[in-house]
Design a protein around this ligand. Structure first.
Ligand code: ZN
Length: 225
């Protein structure tokens, strides 16, 4: 095994093939695995969750990547280019944690690697992230624990102005009007309308909706879900 690796050591025609992209796109509801923005298959990046060439920890020090997972489907996701650029090779572990060693596979080991980033195919983000409404900005994610905070930080989820605007647009145009209508139905005591708005909320919170995690959280906070 060479002491350092580069992207050219891996065959993109395999891990980023059209076939892989199509399957990931369908599994992810057409959205980026990290920020939940809609992506087009051909313009999205096939992302190695555990980076293949090098892994960088929170302090910036670099270790050899998880090269033996480069062609493992469970290590692949479709990400938007902005999340891919933000994440780069960063893959922090909890303080004092031991990095997984070749040939161990994270889904097979008895003692899981103490990785901080939330794995989009494994972890439930609602356990680690909450959404806070900031006037003038809109809903922003906030880590409830170390893993949530690390994910927001590494992916720059609160440091990307256009991402915040896209989320705010969905909130203002879809979520907020529904909350207002639901409150109106509550105030008037119209149970049929209340139940219709609850059905709308459930549909709006489905996985294919852009920023479904944010949508779900805001609808829950408003008492609709
Ligand atoms: Zn993204």
């Amino acid at each position: 095994m060479p002491p350092t690796l580069k992207s050219a050591d891996f065959d993109r025609a395999i891990y980023a093939s059209d076939e892989v992209r199509k399957v990931l796109w369908a599994l992810q509801g057409g959205k980026c695995c990290f920020c939940e923005k809609q992506v087009e298959i051909q313009y999205a990046t096939v992302e190695h969750f555990r980076p293949k060439t090098a892994a960088v920890d929170a302090a910036g020090s670099k270790r050899l990547g998880y090269w033996w997972l480069a062609y493992e489907f469970r290590n692949l996701y479709l990400a938007c280019p902005n999340c891919n650029n933000a994440k780069r090779d960063e893959f922090p572990l909890a303080a004092g944690a031991e990095a997984l060693a070749e040939p161990a596979k994270p889904w097979d080991v008895d003692v899981p690697e103490d990785a901080l980033l939330l794995d989009p195919g494994v972890d439930d983000p609602e356990q680690h992230l909450e959404w806070v409404f900031l006037p003038g900005i809109g809903p922003v994610p906030s880590g409830k624990d170390e893993r949530g905070r690390a994910s927001v930080e590494v992916l720059r989820l609160n440091a990307r102005d256009e991402l915040a605007q896209l989320r705010a647009n969905i909130y203002r145009r879809l979520v907020q009007p529904l909350i207002s209508c639901y409150r109106g139905a509550l105030a008037s005591g119209d149970q049929r309308m209340q139940s219709e708005f609850v059905d709308c909320a459930r549909m709006m919170a489905e996985r294919e909706t852009p920023f479904a995690g944010m949508v779900r959280s805001m609808l829950r906070q408003a008492g609709i879900l």
